[in-house]
Design a protein around this ligand. Sequence first.
Ligand code: 1HE
Length: 257
Amino acid sequence: MTSSDLQTEIRGAVAIVRLTRGAKRNALSDGLVAAIRDAFQNLPADVRAAVIDGEGEHFCAGLDLSELKERDAGAGLHHSRMWHAALEQVQHGPVPVVAALHGAVVGGGLELAASCHIRVADETTFYALPEGSRGIFVGGGGSVRIPRLIGVARMTDMMLTGRVYNAQDGERAGFAQYLVPKGEALAKAIALAERIAQNAPLTNYALMHALPRIADQPADHGFLTESLMAAIAQSAPEAKQRVQNFLEGRAAKVSKG
Ligand code: 1HE
Protein backbone atom coordinates (compact mmCIF):
# COMPACT_ATOMS: atom_id res chain seq x y z
CA MET A 1 0.00 0.00 0.00
CA THR A 2 1.29 3.47 -0.76
CA SER A 3 0.29 6.83 0.65
CA SER A 4 0.40 10.42 -0.52
CA ASP A 5 1.51 11.18 3.04
CA LEU A 6 5.04 9.88 2.37
CA GLN A 7 7.60 11.06 -0.17
CA THR A 8 10.96 9.54 -1.01
CA GLU A 9 13.67 11.66 -2.62
CA ILE A 10 16.91 10.10 -3.85
CA ARG A 11 20.03 12.27 -3.55
CA GLY A 12 22.99 10.27 -4.83
CA ALA A 13 23.47 7.33 -2.48
CA VAL A 14 21.06 8.73 0.14
CA ALA A 15 17.27 8.30 0.25
CA ILE A 16 15.32 10.98 2.12
CA VAL A 17 11.99 9.58 3.28
CA ARG A 18 9.65 12.35 4.44
CA LEU A 19 6.37 12.13 6.34
CA THR A 20 4.22 14.70 4.49
CA ARG A 21 1.15 14.84 6.68
CA GLY A 22 2.05 18.05 8.46
CA ALA A 23 -1.57 19.21 8.81
CA LYS A 24 -2.13 16.21 11.11
CA ARG A 25 1.32 16.53 12.71
CA ASN A 26 2.43 13.48 10.68
CA ALA A 27 0.13 11.21 12.70
CA LEU A 28 0.66 7.62 11.55
CA SER A 29 -2.46 6.23 9.90
CA ASP A 30 -2.48 2.55 8.93
CA GLY A 31 -1.87 3.62 5.31
CA LEU A 32 1.13 5.71 6.30
CA VAL A 33 2.62 2.88 8.39
CA ALA A 34 2.24 0.56 5.38
CA ALA A 35 3.83 3.20 3.13
CA ILE A 36 6.86 3.40 5.47
CA ARG A 37 7.19 -0.38 5.26
CA ASP A 38 6.98 -0.30 1.45
CA ALA A 39 9.38 2.62 1.09
CA PHE A 40 12.17 0.91 3.04
CA GLN A 41 11.46 -2.48 1.48
CA ASN A 42 11.77 -1.04 -2.03
CA LEU A 43 14.71 1.37 -1.83
CA PRO A 44 16.69 1.45 -5.09
CA ALA A 45 19.65 -0.94 -5.04
CA ASP A 46 22.23 1.88 -5.28
CA VAL A 47 20.95 3.65 -2.13
CA ARG A 48 23.48 3.11 0.69
CA ALA A 49 21.90 5.10 3.57
CA ALA A 50 18.59 6.79 4.36
CA VAL A 51 17.19 9.71 6.34
CA ILE A 52 13.66 10.01 7.69
CA ASP A 53 12.13 13.35 8.61
CA GLY A 54 8.74 14.98 9.05
CA GLU A 55 7.15 17.97 7.33
CA GLY A 56 6.02 20.95 9.41
CA GLU A 57 6.60 21.87 13.05
CA HIS A 58 6.70 18.30 14.40
CA PHE A 59 8.46 15.07 13.48
CA CYS A 60 5.50 12.85 14.36
CA ALA A 61 2.48 12.87 16.71
CA GLY A 62 2.32 9.06 16.87
CA LEU A 63 -0.61 6.79 16.15
CA ASP A 64 -3.48 8.42 14.22
CA LEU A 65 -5.94 8.52 17.11
CA SER A 66 -8.87 9.08 14.75
CA GLU A 67 -8.38 5.48 13.54
CA LEU A 68 -8.29 4.04 17.03
CA LYS A 69 -11.56 2.20 16.97
CA GLU A 70 -12.76 -0.35 19.43
CA ARG A 71 -10.87 -3.45 18.36
CA ASP A 72 -11.18 -6.92 19.78
CA ALA A 73 -8.01 -8.54 21.08
CA GLY A 74 -7.31 -10.33 17.80
CA ALA A 75 -7.59 -7.18 15.70
CA GLY A 76 -5.45 -5.26 18.18
CA LEU A 77 -2.80 -7.96 17.98
CA HIS A 78 -2.71 -7.81 14.17
CA HIS A 79 -2.60 -4.01 14.22
CA SER A 80 0.43 -4.00 16.51
CA ARG A 81 2.12 -6.71 14.47
CA MET A 82 1.58 -4.60 11.34
CA TRP A 83 3.54 -1.78 13.02
CA HIS A 84 6.24 -4.28 13.98
CA ALA A 85 6.56 -5.46 10.39
CA ALA A 86 6.88 -1.88 9.13
CA LEU A 87 9.45 -0.74 11.69
CA GLU A 88 11.38 -3.99 11.17
CA GLN A 89 11.92 -2.74 7.60
CA VAL A 90 13.42 0.45 9.01
CA GLN A 91 15.69 -1.24 11.57
CA HIS A 92 16.65 -4.34 9.60
CA GLY A 93 16.06 -3.14 6.05
CA PRO A 94 18.78 -2.71 3.45
CA VAL A 95 20.56 0.41 4.77
CA PRO A 96 21.28 2.38 7.95
CA VAL A 97 18.65 5.04 8.70
CA VAL A 98 19.22 8.44 10.34
CA ALA A 99 16.18 10.15 11.92
CA ALA A 100 16.06 13.97 11.71
CA LEU A 101 13.95 15.02 14.71
CA HIS A 102 12.22 18.27 15.62
CA GLY A 103 9.14 19.23 17.61
CA ALA A 104 6.97 16.39 18.87
CA VAL A 105 8.51 12.91 18.82
CA VAL A 106 5.72 11.23 20.72
CA GLY A 107 4.03 7.87 21.08
CA GLY A 108 4.37 5.93 17.85
CA GLY A 109 6.55 8.77 16.53
CA LEU A 110 9.08 7.91 19.21
CA GLU A 111 8.71 4.23 18.34
CA LEU A 112 9.51 5.10 14.71
CA ALA A 113 12.52 7.19 15.75
CA ALA A 114 13.73 4.36 18.00
CA SER A 115 13.76 1.95 15.05
CA CYS A 116 16.34 4.14 13.28
CA HIS A 117 20.08 3.67 13.78
CA ILE A 118 21.01 7.28 14.54
CA ARG A 119 18.82 10.11 15.85
CA VAL A 120 19.70 13.78 15.28
CA ALA A 121 17.49 16.18 17.25
CA ASP A 122 17.21 19.94 16.94
CA GLU A 123 16.57 22.19 19.96
CA THR A 124 12.78 22.16 19.47
CA THR A 125 12.51 18.40 19.92
CA PHE A 126 10.51 16.89 22.78
CA TYR A 127 9.85 13.26 23.64
CA ALA A 128 6.77 11.78 25.30
CA LEU A 129 4.77 8.57 25.56
CA PRO A 130 1.16 9.79 25.99
CA GLU A 131 -0.12 6.23 25.66
CA GLY A 132 -0.36 6.09 29.45
CA SER A 133 -2.80 9.00 29.58
CA ARG A 134 -4.75 7.72 26.54
CA GLY A 135 -5.41 4.43 28.35
CA ILE A 136 -3.39 2.34 25.92
CA PHE A 137 0.09 0.79 25.71
CA VAL A 138 2.91 1.07 23.20
CA GLY A 139 2.36 -1.27 20.25
CA GLY A 140 5.00 -0.35 17.68
CA GLY A 141 7.97 -2.03 19.29
CA GLY A 142 8.50 0.72 21.86
CA SER A 143 8.72 -1.58 24.86
CA VAL A 144 11.59 -3.43 23.19
CA ARG A 145 13.48 -0.55 21.58
CA ILE A 146 12.99 2.45 23.90
CA PRO A 147 14.40 0.80 27.08
CA ARG A 148 17.50 -0.04 25.02
CA LEU A 149 17.98 3.71 24.49
CA ILE A 150 17.02 5.19 27.87
CA GLY A 151 16.47 2.26 30.27
CA VAL A 152 13.32 0.66 31.69
CA ALA A 153 13.10 3.08 34.65
CA ARG A 154 12.90 6.23 32.47
CA MET A 155 10.34 4.69 30.13
CA THR A 156 8.21 3.55 33.07
CA ASP A 157 8.33 7.09 34.51
CA MET A 158 7.32 8.62 31.15
CA MET A 159 4.30 6.35 30.81
CA LEU A 160 3.20 6.46 34.45
CA THR A 161 3.56 10.22 34.94
CA GLY A 162 3.34 11.71 31.44
CA ARG A 163 6.85 13.13 31.79
CA VAL A 164 8.07 15.01 28.72
CA TYR A 165 11.80 15.27 27.94
CA ASN A 166 13.07 18.39 26.19
CA ALA A 167 15.83 18.22 23.59
CA GLN A 168 18.73 18.76 26.00
CA ASP A 169 17.53 16.33 28.66
CA GLY A 170 16.54 13.89 25.92
CA GLU A 171 20.03 13.87 24.46
CA ARG A 172 21.54 13.27 27.92
CA ALA A 173 19.04 10.45 28.55
CA GLY A 174 20.00 8.70 25.32
CA PHE A 175 17.14 9.43 22.92
CA ALA A 176 19.41 11.17 20.40
CA GLN A 177 23.10 10.85 19.61
CA TYR A 178 23.30 14.40 18.18
CA LEU A 179 21.75 17.71 19.33
CA VAL A 180 21.84 20.61 16.85
CA PRO A 181 20.41 24.16 16.65
CA LYS A 182 16.81 24.72 15.55
CA GLY A 183 16.22 23.83 11.90
CA GLU A 184 19.54 22.02 11.41
CA ALA A 185 18.57 18.39 12.07
CA LEU A 186 17.86 17.48 8.44
CA ALA A 187 21.12 18.91 7.10
CA LYS A 188 23.11 17.15 9.83
CA ALA A 189 21.24 13.87 9.22
CA ILE A 190 21.95 14.05 5.48
CA ALA A 191 25.64 14.78 6.13
CA LEU A 192 25.84 11.74 8.43
CA ALA A 193 24.01 9.56 5.90
CA GLU A 194 26.44 10.64 3.16
CA ARG A 195 29.32 9.63 5.43
CA ILE A 196 27.65 6.28 6.24
CA ALA A 197 27.08 5.65 2.52
CA GLN A 198 30.86 5.64 2.00
CA ASN A 199 31.43 2.71 4.39
CA ALA A 200 32.00 -0.80 3.13
CA PRO A 201 28.53 -2.39 2.81
CA LEU A 202 29.54 -5.34 4.98
CA THR A 203 30.58 -2.99 7.79
CA ASN A 204 27.17 -1.32 7.67
CA TYR A 205 25.51 -4.74 7.56
CA ALA A 206 27.46 -5.85 10.64
CA LEU A 207 26.45 -2.72 12.55
CA MET A 208 22.77 -3.07 11.64
CA HIS A 209 22.38 -6.82 11.97
CA ALA A 210 25.17 -8.25 14.13
CA LEU A 211 25.88 -5.58 16.76
CA PRO A 212 22.34 -5.30 18.25
CA ARG A 213 22.01 -9.08 18.33
CA ILE A 214 25.42 -9.47 19.97
CA ALA A 215 24.31 -6.95 22.60
CA ASP A 216 21.30 -9.20 23.35
CA GLN A 217 23.32 -12.43 23.50
CA PRO A 218 25.05 -13.94 26.51
CA ALA A 219 28.70 -12.79 26.39
CA ASP A 220 29.96 -16.23 25.42
CA HIS A 221 27.66 -16.34 22.36
CA GLY A 222 28.40 -12.71 21.57
CA PHE A 223 32.13 -13.33 21.35
CA LEU A 224 31.60 -16.11 18.81
CA THR A 225 29.11 -14.05 16.74
CA GLU A 226 31.62 -11.18 16.77
CA SER A 227 34.40 -13.45 15.50
CA LEU A 228 32.22 -14.84 12.73
CA MET A 229 31.14 -11.35 11.62
CA ALA A 230 34.71 -10.04 11.81
CA ALA A 231 36.00 -12.91 9.69
CA ILE A 232 33.33 -12.34 7.03
CA ALA A 233 33.86 -8.57 6.94
CA GLN A 234 37.65 -8.73 6.66
CA SER A 235 37.50 -11.32 3.87
CA ALA A 236 35.73 -8.91 1.49
CA PRO A 237 37.96 -7.56 -1.31
CA GLU A 238 36.82 -4.04 -0.42
CA ALA A 239 38.15 -4.40 3.14
CA LYS A 240 41.52 -5.59 1.85
CA GLN A 241 41.69 -2.64 -0.55
CA ARG A 242 40.80 -0.13 2.19
CA VAL A 243 43.49 -1.49 4.51
CA GLN A 244 46.02 -1.43 1.66
CA ASN A 245 45.08 2.19 0.92
CA PHE A 246 45.88 3.12 4.53
CA LEU A 247 49.16 1.25 4.58
CA GLU A 248 50.23 3.03 1.40
CA GLY A 249 49.25 6.47 2.75
CA ARG A 250 46.22 6.85 0.48
CA ALA A 251 43.51 6.82 3.20
CA ALA A 252 42.65 9.42 5.82
CA LYS A 253 44.13 9.07 9.31
CA VAL A 254 41.89 9.27 12.34
CA SER A 255 41.85 12.91 13.47
CA LYS A 256 40.63 14.53 16.69
CA GLY A 257 37.55 15.94 14.94
C1 1HE B 1 -3.81 14.17 15.31
C2 1HE B 1 -2.84 13.61 16.15
C3 1HE B 1 -2.87 12.20 16.35
C4 1HE B 1 -2.48 15.73 16.06
N1 1HE B 1 -3.84 11.50 15.73
N2 1HE B 1 -4.76 13.42 14.74
N3 1HE B 1 -0.39 10.72 20.13
C5 1HE B 1 -0.76 11.68 20.98
O1 1HE B 1 -1.44 11.48 21.95
C6 1HE B 1 -0.30 13.07 20.61
C7 1HE B 1 -1.49 13.89 20.18
N4 1HE B 1 -1.09 15.16 19.57
C8 1HE B 1 -0.68 16.23 20.31
O2 1HE B 1 -0.48 16.16 21.51
C9 1HE B 1 -0.48 17.51 19.56
O3 1HE B 1 -1.22 17.45 18.35
C10 1HE B 1 1.00 17.83 19.19
C11 1HE B 1 1.78 18.17 20.49
C12 1HE B 1 1.70 16.67 18.49
C13 1HE B 1 1.05 19.05 18.24
O4 1HE B 1 0.29 20.12 18.79
P1 1HE B 1 -0.22 21.30 17.83
O5 1HE B 1 -0.86 22.34 18.70
O6 1HE B 1 0.90 21.74 16.94
O7 1HE B 1 -1.30 20.64 16.83
P2 1HE B 1 -2.85 20.28 17.12
O8 1HE B 1 -3.68 21.51 16.98
O9 1HE B 1 -3.01 19.52 18.38
O10 1HE B 1 -3.17 19.25 15.94
C14 1HE B 1 -3.29 19.67 14.58
C15 1HE B 1 -4.17 18.68 13.88
O11 1HE B 1 -3.54 17.39 13.90
C16 1HE B 1 -5.51 18.48 14.57
O12 1HE B 1 -6.45 18.15 13.60
P3 1HE B 1 -7.47 19.28 13.01
O13 1HE B 1 -8.28 18.58 11.99
O14 1HE B 1 -8.28 19.75 14.22
O15 1HE B 1 -6.60 20.38 12.46
C17 1HE B 1 -5.26 17.26 15.45
O16 1HE B 1 -6.45 16.55 15.75
C18 1HE B 1 -4.38 16.44 14.54
N5 1HE B 1 -3.57 15.49 15.29
N6 1HE B 1 -2.02 14.60 16.59
C19 1HE B 1 -4.76 12.10 14.96
N7 1HE B 1 -1.96 11.56 17.09
C20 1HE B 1 1.58 1.69 17.77
S1 1HE B 1 0.80 2.30 19.11
C21 1HE B 1 1.27 3.95 19.27
C22 1HE B 1 0.37 4.61 20.26
C23 1HE B 1 0.47 6.10 20.20
O17 1HE B 1 1.17 6.69 19.40
S2 1HE B 1 -0.47 6.92 21.36
C24 1HE B 1 0.02 8.60 21.22
C25 1HE B 1 -0.82 9.35 20.22
